[in-house]
Ligand binder design. Structure first.
Ligand code: NDP
Length: 339
């Protein structure tokens, strides 16, 4: 019998690829959306990608509400819990995303337990590992590291992801299940399945659109969305992944190098790409007026590396290079006439 996997937040960039890969491997998928209004469009997407429409269904679910969970979990063999708020701007209230991120993770685990769903893969983030900690330049973060939720300058998004992941580990320890595996992807780029960009691809689109004539000295781990999807599903299928977290990254890259890579690959679209790296003092001044800049302030000038070797060795992920992942996104943006 075909196994059914519950995937939360299937309107999202990463979840879309996870669904594509799950259907490709023969699973049935039950996807959650906040509103069924987009159901027909989503069903058409997977049908156009060559999948059997009978294997993809949708249910309505909000991470902050208690309704709909039993129906969503019924007869599923695993949950891919991917949904979580990932907004571009820093909110005034640092705890703004916690009810959906942490509350959602706990609702997933509680309802998986009630329904007898044995395994949950939770999408956390590299920001649950690298933020709010004072490490020497060049430090290599691993799955042993945790962000400091007490750091005064930790971003609301990082806070929500870290508190959610911590709460999830505490929950399964307290109740003895379900089996939990956590994915900690860095900045996710790569090909688009539709015109919904999500926050990470929007940032790269904004590079092309000329939103940033200069960029701060910021360094990101980069990972291709296809590798992220493969990792989620291999983690679900492999027992070695039970009870572990996995950093997903092909390596870090300063923002200015991202711009240079895009310029080299797409010279005809390069006119408005960032050309300079702004000095830190200037970034601090801009942050006084721009909330999206305020959010990244603590990361400015921090150069670090993240170690994706556990995912390579245990999940068999042969990470696409950072450059190829960025180019795949650039090609999608051009094909879809989004830049
Ligand atoms: P998207 O913004 O594309 O997707 C986010 C998804 O979460 C959407 O489906 C959204 O639904 C859903 N969602 C948000 N809030 C709620 C809520 N209260 N109830 C139900 N659903 C909700 O982001 P990505 O695909 O990029 O991110 C997916 C996951 O991966 C997130 O957990 C994010 O933190 C994590 N991640 C992303 C990285 C990246 O660089 N992209 C890096 C590391 C981790 P709706 O369409 O209704 O808004």
């Amino acid at each position: 019998m075909t196994k059914t996997i519950l995937v939360t937040g299937v309107t999202g960039f990463i979840a879309g690829h996870v669904v594509h890969e799950l259907l490709g491997r023969g699973y049935s998928v039950r996807g959650t959306v906040r509103s069924l209004q987009r159901a027909e469009k989503l069903k058409a997407l997977y049908e156009n990608l060559g999948h059997d429409p009978a294997k993809f269904e949708l249910v309505e679910l909000d991470l902050e509400k208690d309704t709909g969970w039993a129906q969503a979990m019924a007869e599923c063999t695993a949950v891919q819990h991917i949904a979580s708020p990932f907004p571009m701007e820093e909110p005034d209230d640092k705890m703004a995303h916690v009810p959906a991120a942490k509350g959602g993770a706990l609702r997933v685990l509680e309802n998986a337990r009630k329904a007898g769903v044995p395994k949950v893969v939770l999408t956390s983030s590299t920001v649950s590992i690298t933020n709010g900690v004072n490490k020497p330049q060049g430090y290599v973060f691993t799955e042993e590291d945790w962000s400091n939720t007490d750091a005064p300058d930790i971003r609301a998004y990082a806070l929500s992801k870290t508190l959610a992941e911590k709460a999830a580990w505490d929950d399964v320890e307290q109740y003895g299940g379900p089996i939990l595996t956590v994915m900690n992807p860095s900045f996710v780029v790569g090909p688009l399945l539709n015109d919904d960009l999500g926050t990470s691809c929007t940032l790269i689109k904004q590079f092309f659109d000329g939103k940033f004539p200069a960029v701060p000295e910021l360094c990101f781990g980069i990972v291709d969305v296809r590798d992220v999807a493969e990792a989620h599903i291999n983690a679900m299928e492999r027992e070695t992944a039970n009870g572990k977290r996995y950093l997903l990254s092909a390596g870090t890259m300063p923002m200015i190098e991202i711009a240079k890579t895009l310029k080299q690959a797409f010279p005809e679209k390069s006119r408005k790409l960032p050309k300079f790296q702004s000095p830190a003092f200037l970034v601090r001044i801009i942050a006084l007026f721009d909330k999206s800049v305020k959010g990244i302030l603590p990361e400015v000038g921090r150069l670090y590396e993240v170690d994706g070797s556990r995912a390579r060795e245990e999940l068999g992920i042969n990470f696409t290079s950072r450059e190829d992942a960025l180019i795949a996104l650039g090609e999608s943006l051009i094909e879809r006439k989004l830049i």
